[in-house]
Design a protein. Structure first.
Length: 130
């Protein structure tokens, strides 16, 4: 599951929005665009990330940071992820739980109790706890 799919599901659940189509209408976007976000083929812009986070009842800053860390490759991505870890355990847990695909596999013993990689049913790797 992509990080944006997690945010979409949380926003829908919290606001009682039954379908991605209904969510798309609320956001003024097409169902196809929301499907691309869900599949990780594209990402909502930062204003929409904030709106979705608020719908989910979460801090928009944590979601902006988490999505930026996922979207950014290489050394910069690791810096964004490290910043997320310093700023809050909630973001670190979110990033670990969804199993961000970075270059270094994490072992559960390296995660220091924050979350298990693959905790939501996906194997992955995590640079935050390494």
């Amino acid at each position: 599951m992509s990080i944006v799919a997690t945010l979409l599901d949380k926003a829908r659940t919290r606001r009682g929005v039954p379908t991605d189509m209904a969510l798309a209408e609320r956001l003024g976007r097409s169902r196809a665009v929301v499907s691309e976000w869900r599949a990780g083929k594209s990402y909502p812009d930062e204003d929409l990330i904030c709106a979705l986070a608020e719908m989910a009842g979460d801090d928009p800053g944590e979601w902006l940071l988490a999505i930026k860390a996922v979207r950014t490759d290489g050394r910069a991505g690791k810096v964004w992820a490290a910043l997320a870890q310093r700023l809050g355990t909630a973001t670190a847990v979110l990033l670990c739980a969804i199993g961000i695909g970075f270059a270094t596999p994490a072992k559960s013993s390296e995660i220091n109790g924050l979350a298990r990689v693959g905790a939501v049913g996906h194997s992955g790797v995590c640079i935050l706890c390494h």
